[in-house]
Design a protein around this ligand. Structure first.
Ligand code: BGC
Length: 321
């Protein structure tokens, strides 16, 4: 009788183990919680899809990844709830694209208390916040580089960006989300590349477009209506907003490469097509493939109990015709 009970108990424990974590064929399944600041973002959609497929490609017969990706909907409260849910469901690791970079420490304190390592992506927390725990890291690209490359694309044009030849590069700056260092640095360093080369500049118009195509279109239309032919260059902090600006440039009867220049950042496929078609002067590759792979590799290291460097940088690359 005793033997029977022990055998039954053993069978029960085995079955429970198979249900919790060991998938079919004896594979071990690890849970990964990913939260993206909002799904409705051109660049982060490419990034998110690549994250998912790269996790798939890392699976083997004995290791599976159960990846849950949630939409932060641009709402930090919503995203914090998603992190709480990930903790409650005992994920093994998280990958978080913060809605608000300034909320990094709130999230770190939560994951630290639950001992769940976390890879921050795309929206860089402050240096201080990155010191809070050894099991957090940041995967991103140095936004100063992308700004500098944008400026250099304009600087290296035969007329150095001064399309009307009046001796000054008069520009419009369509800014992403100013809370984000990507927006701050791209705005600053694109212009610095011109002034460092001794080029005179005039900032005609600078407004936030929150990385959004429709806002980019509206702001470019406003700027073109207000400053017309005096605009030499429209700088957009990302390609999404530049895609909107193309519509407004055309609607205003202007022609990129002839009487105006337009640059973005990301090298999303639509922007690469626009450059080929002559509708855009250039962009800067924000390597979502390199960044997503680096983030997944870091997450897998955490899962395996390995340590990860605090900062993992991926380079930008200039893209012109
Ligand atoms: C990208 C933008 C994107 C933003 C989201 C930036 O690095 O260039 O296209 O909207 O990240 O945080």
């Amino acid at each position: 009788m005793k033997k029977k009970i022990i055998a039954l108990a053993l069978a029960f424990v085995l079955a429970a183990a198979m249900l919790s974590g060991c998938g079919g064929g004896g594979a071990k399944t690890y849970k990964v919680g990913v939260s993206i600041y909002k799904f409705d973002d051109n660049f982060m959609t490419l990034y998110r899809n690549e994250l998912e497929s790269y996790f798939k490609s890392k699976e083997t017969d004995s290791v599976k990844y159960d990846v849950t990706i949630t939409d932060g909907k641009g709402d930090m409260v919503e995203q914090t709830n998603q992190v709480d849910d990930f903790i409650a469901s005992k994920v093994d690791v998280m990958i978080i694209n913060l809605v608000q970079s300034s909320s990094a420490d709130t999230i770190t304190q939560k994951v630290k208390a639950a001992n769940i390592p976390c890879v921050y992506i795309n929206r860089e927390p402050s240096e201080d916040d990155m010191k809070a725990w050894e099991k957090i890291c940041y995967v991103g690209a140095d936004a100063r580089q992308s700004g500098t490359y944008q400026g250099e694309i304009i600087r290296d044009l035969p007329d150095n960006g001064d399309v009307d030849g009046d001796g000054v590069v008069r520009y419009v700056m369509i800014v992403g989300d100013p809370e984000n260092v990507d927006a701050q640095y791209r705005t600053e360093f694109s212009i610095k590349a011109l002034t460092d080369a001794g080029i005179a500049v005039d900032n005609l118009f600078e407004q936030r477009g929150d990385w959004d195509q429709a806002k980019g279109q509206e702001l470019a239309a406003n700027a073109l209506a207000q400053f017309g032919a005096s605009i030499d260059v429209i700088f957009c902090n990302n390609d999404g907003m530049a895609m909107g600006a193309i519509q407004s440039i055309k609607a205003a009867g202007r022609t990129v490469g002839q009487d105006i220049y337009l640059v973005g950042v990301d090298a999303i496929p639509e922007a690469v097509d626009a450059i080929k078609a002559g509708d855009m002067t250039g962009t800067v590759l924000n390597d979502h493939v390199g960044q997503s792979h680096t983030a997944v590799d870091a997450a897998i290291k955490y899962i395996n109990g390995q340590s990860v460097d605090t900062y993992l940088w991926v380079n930008y690359q200039k893209v012109d015709k």
